[in-house]
Design a protein around this ligand. Structure first.
Ligand SMILES: Cc1cc2nc3c(=O)[nH]c(=O)nc-3n(C[C@H](O)[C@H](O)[C@H](O)COP(=O)(O)OP(=O)(O)OC[C@H]3O[C@@H](n4cnc5c(N)ncnc54)[C@H](O)[C@@H]3O)c2cc1C
Length: 424
């Protein structure tokens, strides 16, 4: 049976980077990927452009990492966002930093990221086997000694000095990440923090699908769990057939999904006019009235919001479409001003793993040594990427988690192997 210094399960962002860092340490590496090609998820990232990282310094970067950014600190400092850009440029992929410190391949093609990584692995002599699903690893005297996999339906096995699980989470299972890594980790005795979809669409109660396609720029969004305001964000919202999306919808989704799945009432409150105070809106509304002091509600709203929003806004706020407003009845005007500042939608559902961007939860961080990404239970087992209980906001943070933990896991596995060879 062939023997390797390192076997890696999963050729996504984390597995490819683990293989690269270990091969640079001179290790013999076997990378096993269950799909027919590497990095299927990378190919769909950033709407096909792949936001490879975010260039913010650690003190800002870390505020976008959940649930405990501290556990990423070592991995980030061993292979940072600037290292990611440097490495891609070194291997022939120029990078451009855009608005929001988001870095993309200058070619604008996510596929080029995968091609650059696999070409470098090829140069380094890493063996990649596709259609190869890791099923099991075998332990003797407290160390992993071999890994079993099914290659195009045939059982295979190889000996190894170390093993990395980088099989991803549960999001977009059609790309290959469908939770195998959790089963492998559980077999080693690891605890899996329950997984939930994150960076996902939120579905309001009685959602009016005519909102689909509407984008609201520069609005403010508050998330309430019961009576408590738990998050406030400013930016753009998109309404799609799946509900609330866009940067703001996705940003509040982590807390919203967690609260809904724990049985809480969840509300999104949108301030459609964040630049104006309620008094300023009232003054603005009064100016819109014609000289006879009467105005149809929908005619007023047409001056205050996009046409596509009017009917859903009216219906969800308990207003009457045909209402004629009167300048004399200031109560009505105050109510409309209040609704424009606090348009409340109850969120009752969300898009699950089949179409969420990231998995929250995974292999417990308490059982992983952050300085090495090694298991605290088996010294030659390492973890990298989304399989671990770490996730980030949108903006390049998740791929950087995969690259940093992948690089560190590959390097740590190499040190483990070198050290054990010296002892022998
Ligand atoms: C639509 C979408 C857009 C995104 N856009 C961005 C973005 O622009 N920027 C960003 O930072 N993040 C983005 N993300 C998140 C990012 O893609 C992930 O965080 C990242 O790919 C995780 O890398 P990974 O290597 O841990 O897992 P994955 O990329 O999921 O790779 C895991 C690999 O393991 C393989 N595998 C699974 N089980 C086995 C097994 N038993 N044996 C062998 N192989 C196995 C899978 O086939 C897969 O190839 C996006 C995600 C989605 C879904």
């Amino acid at each position: 049976m062939k023997k390797y210094d390192l076997i890696i399960a999963g050729a996504g962002a984390a597995g490819l980077m683990s293989a690269l860092s270990a091969s640079r340490e001179g290790m013999s590496v076997l990378l096993l990927e269950k799909m027919e090609k590497a990095g299927r998820k990378i190919r769909i990232t950033g709407k096909g452009r792949c936001n490879i990282t975010n260039t913010r310094p650690w003190n800002e970067f870390s505020t976008h990492i959940h649930p405990k950014s501290n556990t990423l600190k070592h991995a980030f400092h061993s292979f940072s966002n600037t290292d990611t850009i440097k490495l891609f440029e070194e291997i022939g992929l120029p990078v451009t930093v855009e608005r929001g410190e988001r870095a993309y391949p200058s070619s604008g093609k996510a596929q080029d990221v995968v091609n650059a990584l696999t070409a470098e692995l090829d140069r380094k002599g890493v063996e990649i086997r596709y259609n190869s699903k890791v099923t099991k690893f075998n332990v003797l005297d407290g160390l992993i000694i071999s890994v079993d996999w099914q290659e195009s339906g045939t059982d295979k096995s190889a000996k190894t000095n170390s093993f990395i699980i980088s099989t991803g989470g549960l999001s977009y299972p059609l790309t290959g990440s469908d939770g195998d890594g959790y089963k492998l980790a559980e077999n080693a005795g690891h605890t899996i923090i329950p997984c939930l979809p994150s960076l996902t669409a939120l579905m309001p109660l009685k959602y009016d699908s005519s909102l689909s396609g509407l984008s609201l720029k520069n609005v403010s969004l508050k998330l309430f769990v019961g009576k408590d305001r738990v998050q406030e964000e400013f930016g753009d919202i998109e309404f799609t057939s799946n509900g609330l999306e866009g940067p703001l919808g996705l940003r509040i989704s982590r807390k919203a999904v967690k609260a809904i799945s724990s049985g809480n009432k969840v509300f999104a409150e949108i301030d459609l006019k964040p630049a104006l105070s309620e008094d300023q809106i009232i003054a603005r509304i009064k100016r819109e009235f014609p000289s006879d002091g009467k105005m149809r509600l929908t005619d007023l709203l047409r001056k205050l919001m996009p046409g596509q929003l009017i009917i859903p806004f009216v219906n969800s706020s308990g207003l009457v479409q045909s209402k004629i407003l009167s300048l004399q009845l200031s109560g009505e005007i105050y109510k409309i001003a209040d609704l424009l500042k606090n348009w409340r939608l109850e969120i009752t559902g969300y898009t699950s793993f089949e179409r969420c961007v990231i998995t929250a939860g995974g292999v417990s961080l308490d059982e992983i040594i952050p300085k090495t990404m090694a298991s605290r239970l088996l010294p030659n087992l390492f973890f990298a990427g989304e399989v671990v209980d770490l996730d980030g906001d949108t903006g390049g943070y998740n791929l950087q988690i995969a690259f940093s933990t992948g690089y560190l896991a590959g390097k740590s596995a190499s040190y483990f192997v070198k050290k054990s060879k010296m002892v022998i």
